[in-house]
Design a binder for this molecule. Structure first.
Ligand code: UT7
Length: 344
């Protein structure tokens, strides 16, 4: 049997501070009805003064390591999916490695909202080849720093969070089964930060034009997202010898409830097949899928042997999907976590 990368530990961290739709309505010309009906989002978490990209990632990683019963000294590789680093250099994974007290290589994957699935697939290759045995795969975003709180079309969508899993070699058939990764850089300008990089360095002009913040063409991203969502789910299911309907649970990127509902319709699937928690957190970019996965496990929505489909899309424009079979670890820990009170 092929050596597969199984998810054996999971954890999350969300900042305490809640920003509701009504709070946003005091900042920009919007209202709860518009945000709820167009996105499904009710509130999101925003970092407090003590939260950093590193601190959030480390908190989620520690929880995942506790569940997997691995110590920092046993971690062979840390992969951090992130597009909102503490500093431009070095990359966030190095800070996370140091804070955790691990002495292993640390790699950062910057692929926007698709980043964590890219990271999961990257990490799983090291397990499958036998190179490594214990890998932390973290998705973290402190994306509020890149939001223009005078732009109602973007600031209502996003929130800050971190979530992590531990990957280990499977003893059975659990683990990452199939994947699809994709990029269409020709559409990059539909979701980007136009200022602050080498092509348009920080200057008074950049600041005056607010070009250091996220700009998005929402309708184009919406069209791209629904197209890729459906084709990616079909492709990764087919690679696994399944149809989308055979997947026990789909854990999609939590960008917009309408995107999930539209894709569900195109796939001919009921919404019961999809795990949704975006009403609580909004779009947390690279943290979105792992945060949904952690909550799906903690709420007992996945059982050992269940086959889950994960699908992400976002800046790049990029997309990424994976089919993952859950192992026995889910049964061992999930009920306890639910009793522990949703671990907020
Ligand atoms: O990880 C990937 C990240 N991005 C996405 O997934 C985003 C994908 N796109 C979307 O989710 C949606 O396009 C949005 C939620 C961003 C926008 O929804 P929409 O239904 O596409 O709205 P729209 O852009 O067509 O705007 C409709 C109207 C406009 O007013 P007019 O021109 O019709 O008078 C906007 O100015 O809604 C207005 N509007 C708002 N009104 C109240 C835009 N944002 C807001 C707001 N509150 N926050």
């Amino acid at each position: 049997m092929k050596r597969r990368a199984e998810i054996t530990g999971w954890g999350k961290y969300v900042p305490e501070k809640v920003l509701t739709n009504n709070d946003l309505a005091k900042m920009v010309d919007t209202n709860d009805e518009w945000i709820t009906s167009r996105t499904g989002i009710k509130e999101r978490r925003i970092r407090t003064d003590t939260d950093t990209t590193t601190s959030m990632a480390v908190a989620a990683a520690r929880e995942a390591m506790t569940v997997a019963e691995v110590d920092a000294s046993e971690i062979d590789l840390i992969v951090v999916a992130n597009s909102s680093p503490d500093y431009l250099l070095p990359a966030p994974a190095n800070f996370v490695q140091h804070e955790l007290g691990a002495s292993c290589p640390a790699l950062t994957v910057a692929a926007g909202c698709s980043g964590w699935v890219y990271a999961l697939v990257t990490a799983s290759q090291f397990i499958e080849t036998g190179a490594y045995n214990n890998i932390l795969v973290i998705g973290v975003e402190l994306i509020s720093y890149a939001l223009d709180y005078t732009d109602r079309s973007t600031c209502i969508l996003f929130g800050d969070a971190a979530a992590a899993v531990v990957l280990q070699p499977s003893t059975g058939d659990a683990g990452v089964m199939t994947f699809e990764l994709g990029s269409d850089g020709g559409q990059a300008h539909h979701l980007w930060v136009p200022g602050g990089g080498t092509r348009n360095p920080v200057s008074q002009n950049v600041v005056d034009n607010r070009e250091m913040y996220i700009r998005m063409n929402g309708q184009e991203v919406f069209k791209f997202a629904t197209r890729k969502f459906t084709s990616c789910i079909k492709n990764i299911a087919e690679q696994a010898g399944m149809k989308p309907a055979d997947l026990d649970l789909i854990i999609p990127h939590q960008a917009n409830l309408r995107i999930i509902e539209y894709a569900a319709g195109l796939l001919g699937l009921s919404m019961d097949k999809f795990f949704v928690n975006l009403h609580k957190y909004g779009n947390t970019s690279a943290a979105s899928i792992p945060l949904a996965l952690v909550e799906a496990i903690q709420e007992g929505r996945v059982k050992p042997g269940d086959v889950t489909g994960m699908v992400a899309f976002g800046s790049g424009l990029s997309w990424a999907g994976a089919v993952v079979r859950m192992g026995e670890a889910v049964a061992k820990v999930a009920p306890q976590s639910v009793v522990a009170g949703v671990m907020q």
